[in-house]
Design a protein around this ligand. Structure first.
Ligand SMILES: Cc1ncc(COP(=O)(O)O)c(C=O)c1O
Length: 456
């Protein structure tokens, strides 16, 4: 195992090159290195480049472009940082206890969830409202199945998380997109469009709060306006709050169910420690509603795989109990990375063709690349990529954003995701996962800038 770490670390140091490290270390942007032991004083070192083993994010990029051609994998939303130390200690201890048979989920796990949400969001959740699932999507699939008529429609407010479409298909439902509007550099629900799409076959709207990929932490008024329309039409809001623990400075997460009795009563909330603490492979998520009928329907939907992983339960409970300072420090680090990007992109003359405005939170940077699209993803260039892929036996549809992704991977050596994955409204946008050390963020941005400048 040690060998794998060493090889990938050496490879990273080699590909990053001395210049990137020196410029990062000298703090050529607003942010200097070596400041990552955040305010808690606990010394969490988010600057450390911690190589991943079998990471879907990294291996996926390597498989497509070749191991030697990618410097930073910035796709799939997960974190490259080392784990909360208390979680590592708890897992080691548990591994030493040599029995891994079926286990009951302890009350202390539920209590940790309840306390975390009370402490951070002043949200009261009762144990009897909570159910577990192996990941967030299975819970949502169950709700979709249980709440909709056979082959019913589920509404997505796009651009939004690409995995919802797969979940809706898995539930046997039809995806209906209600594109959001862009108002003053923010995305906003188009309530008229939404209402026009709520018919007798539609019983669920998926709200992504906060929204992946656009980064809004939704405000109370806009969510209430959305909720009022849903309530009027007897539609349940499925509120995915998986990214809620990543607010930037000045942002506040408002749980949908905390908006008032009628909103709590007509919604189901889905959460998970998988994003907050980087526990995706530990397979634990949870969902809750105070409305027993909605929960019964979800249980009847039956796809939620309620059995959870022993190590995941322990990791989640420990992180909820002892990980608050870790995530608070990490949020400061990520916020500074966003500031670095904001300053870099918006400096005059840099990053031609790319626009950026700082999101409310998450660790996903959402770039408006419409200017780049004109240069590297014209209809002829999209056609040429389509033909190339077809000749290689790859029959994926090609979008202009995929064409940009390809150009960026080949010319910048980073893997980022095409806006077209997130549904209607995301034309010309690209998503970058900045849950990596700042050295990597800086290298990605500096190299991207250089490549853009070659285009004239
Ligand atoms: C908004 C959102 N919901 C759900 C998921 C997937 O969660 P899980 O793997 O627990 O199903 C993701 C993953 O990126 C996400 O961004």
């Amino acid at each position: 195992m040690k060998k794998i770490f060493e090889t990938s670390r050496r490879k990273f140091m080699k590909t990053v090159g001395l210049s990137a490290l020196v410029s990062a270390a000298s703090g050529s942007g607003a942010i200097a290195m070596g400041q990552s032991s955040g305010p808690s004083g606990k010394g969490y070192d988010f600057d450390e480049v911690y190589p991943r083993i079998n990471s879907r994010k990294w291996e996926g990029a390597y498989n497509t472009y070749g191991r030697d051609n990618i410097d930073v994998a910035m796709g799939t939303a997960d974190l490259d940082f080392k784990q909360v130390p208390a979680v590592v200690r708890a897992l080691k201890e548990r591994v030493e206890y040599e029995n891994y048979g079926y286990e009951a989920t302890p009350d202390s796990f539920y209590q940790a969830i309840i306390d975390w949400n009370k402490d951070r969001y002043d949200q009261t959740i009762k144990k009897e409202w909570i159910k577990t699932s192996s990941a967030l999507k299975p819970g949502m699939v169950s709700s979709m199945r249980g709440l909709n008529p056979v082959k019913g429609k589920v509404i997505l407010l796009t651009p939004t998380y690409s995995g919802f479409r797969g979940a809706i298909n898995k539930a046997g439902m039809t995806v209906v997109m209600s594109p959001m509007k862009r108002v003053n550099d923010r995305w906003a629900f188009d309530l008229e469009d939404l209402e026009s799409k709520l018919d007798y076959e539609t019983k669920c709207v998926v709200l992504c709060n906060p929204n992946n990929p656009t980064g809004e932490f939704w405000g109370a008024d806009e969510m209430r306006a959305l909720g009022d329309i849903c309530i009027k039409h007897g539609v349940t809001v499925l509120s995915d709050e998986i990214h809620c623990d990543f607010p930037n400075k000045g942002s506040k997460f408002i749980p949908y169910a905390s908006l008032g009795e009628k909103y709590a009563n007509s919604s189901i909330t889905y959460r998970s420690p998988s994003k907050t603490f980087g526990h995706a492979c530990l397979r634990v998520a949870y969902f809750f509603t105070q409305n027993e009928d909605l929960m019964n329907a979800t249980m009847a939907g039956g796809g939620h795989e309620q059995g959870v992983n022993t190590f995941g339960v322990l990791a989640a409970e420990t992180a909820f109990r002892e990980g608050a300072e870790w995530i608070d420090d990490l949020n400061i680090y990520l916020d500074e990375s966003f500031d670095y990007i904001d300053e870099f992109v918006n400096r005059s003359g840099e990053m031609p063709g790319v626009k950026f405005s700082k999101p409310d939170g998450l660790y996903l940077a959402w770039f408006d690349c419409n200017g780049l699209k004109e240069k590297v993803a014209s209809p002829e260039q999209v056609r040429a990529l389509h033909d190339k892929w077809r000749d290689e036996g790859n029959h994926r549809p090609v979008t202009p954003e995929m064409c940009m992704q390809e150009w960026i991977a080949r010319n910048v050596r980073i893997h980022i995701l095409p806006g077209s994955s997130y549904g209607i409204g995301a034309e010309g946008f690209m998503r970058m996962n900045i849950g990596v050390s700042r050295t990597m963020v800086k290298m990605a941005m500096e190299n991207w800038n250089k490549a853009l400048k070659t285009l004239g």
